[in-house]
Design a protein around this ligand. Structure first.
Ligand SMILES: Nc1ncnc2c1ncn2[C@@H]1O[C@H](COP(=O)(O)OP(=O)(O)O)[C@@H](O)[C@H]1O
Ligand SMILES: [Mg+2]
Length: 287
């Protein structure tokens, strides 16, 4: 069981979109996957077309004494299970003000509740909820659009993850940066992509998520990009991302794999060559 947090201190960089479509690709290819909406604004919950849940079926339960993931009711959406956010999170935050309150989610998840993968979507801020996600995680993915503010936000997030790794969660891997909403024709995008690749090297994943209208519109129908258009750039890019992350998301023994090793062992496949995930997705979505 592997746990992944999707974080950035900057909003609008594709965290929620990545949480939905990466989890969905994992689910469609047979990995039992739970996505947890830890953003009090609940965009993942609403983008998946879910109503505000009762307290019992929401992520607020992870902060209840003596409750484990097994005890909490999840909502099934397509290939994944979802633990939606809750309108009670904002008021709950006021009571989660002790140092020890960053360990609630790690305790509740325990042995992982039978999931292969758990993915956290987080808010664009350091809150007790995003810290709980990081403390419970093995890996961190930082989506970054190659523009000034998202790059600054990503660099701050890298520092935050470093501190959490040093002080609270020694098993947390080095964060990986995922370029999102990339428009290769834009000079600023080219400049910031180069800047990030030079500064962070193999920590920047080889797969990039390009701008894609199917991704921009997916929230309207409460669907994933794989439901909307399997041939779209968004579907192809998220399939490739999932494929490249599988070597260390799928099993425990590779959990500590350095990002360098991941990048070398999982280069982005050439666009004309359908890879493992894409073939599998086609099979699952057509049945
Ligand atoms: N690759 C993409 N191409 C086009 N639009 C995108 C892409 N990724 C995300 N979006 C859109 O950008 C907006 C912000 O994305 P979102 O995932 O909600 O960001 P965050 O969770 O980081 O705030 C949403 O309207 C989403 O549909
Ligand atoms: Mg979001």
């Amino acid at each position: 069981m592997q746990i992944l947090s999707i974080c950035s201190h900057k909003g609008g960089t594709g965290k929620t979109t990545t949480a939905i479509n990466l989890s969905s690709a994992l689910g469609l290819t047979g990995h039992k996957t739970l996505v947890i909406d830890m953003d009090p604004q609940g965009f993942l919950t609403s983008m998946l077309g879910l109503p505000q849940p009762q307290k019992e079926g929401s992520c607020i339960m992870l902060f209840e004494q003596g409750i484990t993931l097994h005890d909490i009711k999840k909502t099934k959406v397509g290939s994944i299970d979802v633990l939606p956010s809750s309108s009670m999170m904002t008021s709950k935050m006021r009571h989660l003000n002790k140092a020890i309150d960053v360990f609630w989610v790690k305790e509740a998840i325990g042995d992982g509740g039978g999931y292969d993968n758990i993915v956290f979507d987080t808010a664009a801020a350091i809150t007790v909820f995003s810290l709980n996600a990081l403390v419970a995680s093995d890996h961190v993915l930082i989506p970054v659009t190659p523009e000034y503010q998202p790059v600054m936000g990503a660099e701050q997030t890298v520092e935050t993850v470093k501190v959490v790794g040093q002080k609270l969660n020694p098993k947390l891997g080095h964060p990986k940066l995922l370029l999102t909403q990339v428009d290769a024709r834009r000079r600023t995008h080219q400049r910031y992509r180069e800047y990030l690749r030079q500064k962070y090297g193999k920590q920047v994943l080889p797969v990039e998520i390009r701008t894609c209208s199917s991704l921009a519109n997916s929230y309207k129908g409460g669907a994933t990009v794989f439901d909307i258009d399997l041939n779209s750039r968004g579907a192809q890019d998220y399939a490739r991302l999932t494929d490249s992350l599988l070597p260390y998301l799928a099993q425990n023994k590779t959990a500590t794999m350095a990002p360098e090793a991941v990048a070398q062992s999982a280069p982005a496949p050439p666009p004309e060559e359908p890879d493992y995930i894409i073939k599998n997705l086609a099979r699952h979505t057509s049945s």
